[in-house]
Design a protein around this ligand. Structure first.
Ligand SMILES: *Cc1c(COP(=O)(O)O)cnc(C)c1O
Length: 375
């Protein structure tokens, strides 16, 4: 919680639930990443927080952008970035969206399958293409595994095919899983990538780029290593596997740039028990899984909560306000809240700047999408 955010909440007393983002925190996170990883180009993963205020700030600071859809590309272009600062990084794209992006000047595309490669050859001829490698994502709280990437053998064949199709086989990407807590995961991934560089060299293809994805954490309930430790692990893996011959490096941070920048202010709507001898209280907030806290699915992301109510605490089950029984935030992992907590009290959800507004439903049960303020 920064001074700017707490002052905004005190002065404006905005209707809850709402997210308040301190843009200075994003600028500081961006600068820290540039400082500790100066050789890598930063492509901000727009889906983490696609607000125009965030995009404009990062355009001004010189960032590039990892985008997943036509709408994300449009908002990055509208904020003043040139198309050479955009990667169309989704491996699942409609043919017509590829054609549209190519027409707007985008020349860097991801793929992980033969059919996607054929779409690119047809609608984005001559473009730089990179193949996404499948990762196990061990140690990640929000894994992103299975769905994306192909194995190394297939990646090799597809990059050879890319050349045959008139595309520029440019590099390899991976994502070690979001909120990755194990620093050795980059070593494994960079090692696999370096082997592919060698394998392709043998058939006369010189790959030029490694896209190290996202995965750097925000701080939720558990402490995480600082950004310089992650940068150190990444650079150590790069020099171990590539020696002095480093390829162009790209990182695609989402969570680590914007997560810590925002606080959600919520309100207690109801506190109840299911039977007279139950000692666990159910605490219902005015925000839940459908209002922006989707990453509480399987209790994956455990936000830090802050309440102003003082005194002795007891266990609670935390839930959202909608008429869907999936809308329970934390049940297995028992949060503790003050026994004196009452209806109307404010609950602050810290480090909620990433994957909240972008995940909130349009109007489920008549609840408006999560409102955001930028200070
Ligand atoms: C979501 C995503 C990212 C950002 O991941 P974080 O863990 O939030 O940093 C980066 N690259 C790709 C391709 C993504 O889909």
């Amino acid at each position: 919680m920064t001074v700017k955010i707490s002052r905004f909440l005190a002065e404006h007393q905005p209707e809850t639930p709402c997210l308040v983002v301190d843009l200075d925190v994003i600028a500081d996170n961006y600068n820290a990443l540039r400082r500790y990883l100066p050789v890598a180009q930063v492509f901000y993963a727009v889906k983490a927080n696609p607000a125009v205020e965030v995009i404009k700030l990062l355009v001004g600071m010189g960032s590039c952008f990892d985008t997943a859809s036509r709408a994300e590309i449009e908002s990055v272009l509208a904020a003043g970035a040139t198309p050479d600062r955009i990667s169309f990084g989704n491996t699942i794209k409609k043919q017509k969206d590829i054609a549209w992006a190519y027409e707007r000047g985008v020349r860097l595309y991801a793929f992980d399958s033969e059919v996607e490669l054929e779409k690119l050859a047809q609608s984005a001829p001559g473009s730089k293409v990179f193949c996404r490698l499948l990762m196990t994502c061990e140690g990640a709280d929000w894994p992103l595994s299975r769905k994306f990437g192909c194995d190394a053998e297939m990646a090799r064949d597809l990059l050879i095919k890319a050349r045959a199709l008139g595309l520029d086989p440019y590099g390899i990407s991976f994502h070690v899983g979001s909120q990755q807590t194990r620093l050795d995961q980059w070593d494994i991934a960079v090692g696999k990538t370096a082997m592919l560089f060698t394998a392709l060299n043998e058939v006369g293809i010189e790959l030029k780029m490694i896209n190290l994805g996202g995965g750097l954490p925000a701080r939720y309930r558990d402490d995480v290593a600082p950004v310089d430790a992650y940068a150190g692990a990444i650079m150590h893996a790069m020099t171990k596997h590539f020696g002095n011959n480093l390829p162009q490096m790209i990182v695609e941070p989402g969570r680590s740039l914007v997560g810590d920048s925002g606080v959600i202010e919520a309100e207690v709507v109801l506190i109840s028990r299911k039977s007279y001898d139950d000692d666990v209280r159910w605490v219902y907030l005015d925000i839940g899984k459908f209002g922006g806290l989707a990453e509480t699915m399987d209790e994956s992301i455990k936000y830090r909560l802050q309440v102003t109510t003082q005194g002795e605490t007891g266990p609670v089950i935390l839930a959202g306000p909608t008429c869907d029984s999936a809308d329970i935030l934390y049940e297995k992992y028992q949060y503790q809240l003050p026994l004196s907590l009452k209806v109307g009290d404010k609950v602050r959800i810290l480090a909620a700047g990433a994957y909240t507004t972008s995940y909130s439903a349009v109007n489920f049960n008549g609840f408006a999408p999560l409102k955001a303020y930028f200070v």
